[in-house]
Ligand binder design. Structure first.
Ligand code: ZN
Length: 515
């Protein structure tokens, strides 16, 4: 009898895996088309490409949400009830069930309305941002707020409507948990930003703006990420307006970058960031390929991998001990007279900016906090769309100390609100926190990490990430993954300790804190 059950469950699992493999293929074909759109497609291809993408994604949605998948999941949940939680079989069924229920809870007409609203609002948002004219975008944002509320109602939530949206991108996270974390962050960052502002001239970053040959920058960046462990047999780098990383499967995970002659940070740190994402995908177990498990645990955990390499490694003192001599030999003119220590300090200069995507390590999470609060209040009707710019500006002043000059540099800056996509922003902060929480544990497990980095050795670090994070893909929720890797759920303490220590030293703030 036991034998029969096993035969049944392996037959049904095989059937489920075949459907999931086809769904994955359709989605990945769409991703190849999107990659092409961002890199090489001529402008005339836009209309045709939109139709191709919508056809592929519709086919994949229909296949994935079929009654057949539901029946297979019902049967397999019974048959695999005693399989270990972290086995591939149990995890495929558990994660597919979560995706399936969420996809089925949204009525098809709501899904269609969301897609339509996004494509109508996006050009209006672009024009409004250009003209710094919030009023012309306001009616579309009102519509998007209403649609976000309908999504939350359809998915269901216990506490706040935001929870439904958050759970979709960061499974298991609640707005209550995040609100507590953001409160700790605010208490730590606001005084740190003020301290740095009083010592702003402690760091001179003018060398970064001296003019760096773009082709040499791209080649140097590719050399660095290869050295870190990004596998070019299974990857490549191209140029795009907005850098991104995309994985078509274990054998093909690509990155893009952009380059500016007048600002060194963009190409190198952007490339390290995207290669952090890409190494995550390259490290996922082949056994879970072509299933919903072959992806990051969440956008936040994905961001932790890019931030870890970009900031905790790439902006560290040890990193520049190794790389500065080669950088200087590639760019002797702009780096004339710039010593290694000066360069390390320059790439870590911190100062408040209006624009989130230009924000440094210290101030970034305040930009996210602002959006987290405003999205919650809009969703709960506590804030009216027409009052959004005023709420934005006054909070921005109190968190970052700047007067927002216009809505282009304020409430209109992000593309996110032109789509129906509340609940995405917290992932950026979760990524920052997870990167520091993992690094705290990595330093315990690899005590001479800095010495290894100074020697240009990254294999132990990458090996730790492969073993504890990458290979699992989406098997675990963010907190499950963190518990297993570090013994604790998400906590802000390691990140706060990291920025206080690093920037306290860079800006000589010890005395200021004591006084
Ligand atoms: Zn990223």
């Amino acid at each position: 009898m036991v034998g029969n059950t096993n035969a049944d469950s392996s037959g049904k699992l095989q059937q489920l895996r075949e459907i999931l493999a086809e769904v994955t293929d359709l989605n990945r074909a769409a991703m190849v088309l999107e990659w092409d759109q961002e890199t090489y497609m001529p402008p005339g291809g836009v209309q045709g490409r939109a139709e191709q993408l919508s056809t592929l994604l519709r086919l994949s949605h229909v296949k994935f949400t079929s009654d057949e998948v539901g029946r297979l999941l019902d049967d397999l949940e019974d048959e695999l009830a005693s399989a270990p939680f972290d086995s591939d079989e149990a995890s495929i069924v558990r994660v597919t069930r979560r995706d399936y229920d969420q996809a089925r809870k949204l009525p098809p007409d709501l899904v269609a309305e969301i897609a339509r609203a996004g494509s109508v609002a996006q050009p209006v948002w672009r024009k409004a941002r250009e003209d710094a004219d919030f009023a012309s975008f306001a009616p579309y944002l009102e519509k998007n707020v209403e649609l976000n509320r309908r999504i939350a109602d359809a998915l269901g939530y216990k506490d706040r409507p935001y929870d439904a949206l958050l759970d979709r991108s960061e499974p298991g996270m609640t707005s209550k948990e995040l609100a507590g974390i953001f409160a700790q962050l605010k208490d730590a960052i606001v005084p740190l930003v003020a301290g740095i502002a009083r010592h702003a001239d402690a760091i001179d970053d003018s060398a970064l703006h001296r003019g760096f040959d773009p082709d040499l920058q791209v080649a140097y960046a590719l050399d660095v990420v290869k050295h870190l462990g990004y596998d070019l047999e299974r990857g490549r780098q191209d140029i795009s307006t907005h850098p991104f990383s995309t994985g078509f499967g274990p054998g093909d995970v690509r990155i893009t970058t952009r380059v500016s002659r007048d600002f060194f940070n963009e190409c190198l740190f952007g490339s390290i960031h995207e290669s952090g994402h890409a190494m995550y995908n390259q490290g996922m177990a082949r056994e879970i390929d072509r299933t919903p498990l072959w992806d990051g645990a969440s956008p936040g955990v994905h961001e932790s991998q890019s931030r870890l390499w970009e900031n905790l490694v790439g902006r560290s003192r040890a990193f520049w001990r190794h790389f500065y001599p080669s950088l200087r030999s590639v760019f002797p003119d702009p780096l004339r007279g710039v010593e290694e220590e000066d360069f390390y300090r320059a790439v870590n200069k911190s100062h408040p900016t209006y624009i989130r995507v230009e924000a440094d390590e210290v101030t970034y999470n305040l930009h996210v906090l602002l959006r987290f609060e405003l999205e919650n209040e809009l969703l709960e009707g506590k804030l009216k769309v027409k009052d959004l710019p005023e709420a934005w500006n006054s909070r921005f002043k109190s968190y970052l100390g700047l007067d927002v000059p216009n809505d282009r540099d304020g409430a209109l800056q992000d593309i996110h609100w032109s789509f129906v996509s509340f609940g995405i922003f917290p992932g950026y902060t979760i990524g920052n926190l997870v990167s520091a929480q993992l690094m705290e544990k990595i330093r315990l497990d690899i005590p001479d990490l800095d010495a290894q980095i100074e020697r240009g050795q990254f294999a132990n670090l990458l090996g730790w990430l492969r073993k504890n994070v990458h290979r699992h893909g989406r098997k675990f929720t963010p907190n499950e993954l963190l518990e297993r890797a570090t013994g604790k759920p998400l906590t802000a303490a390691p990140w706060i300790a990291y920025v206080q220590q690093k920037f306290g030293a860079l800006y000589s703030l010890e005395a200021a804190r004591a006084g």
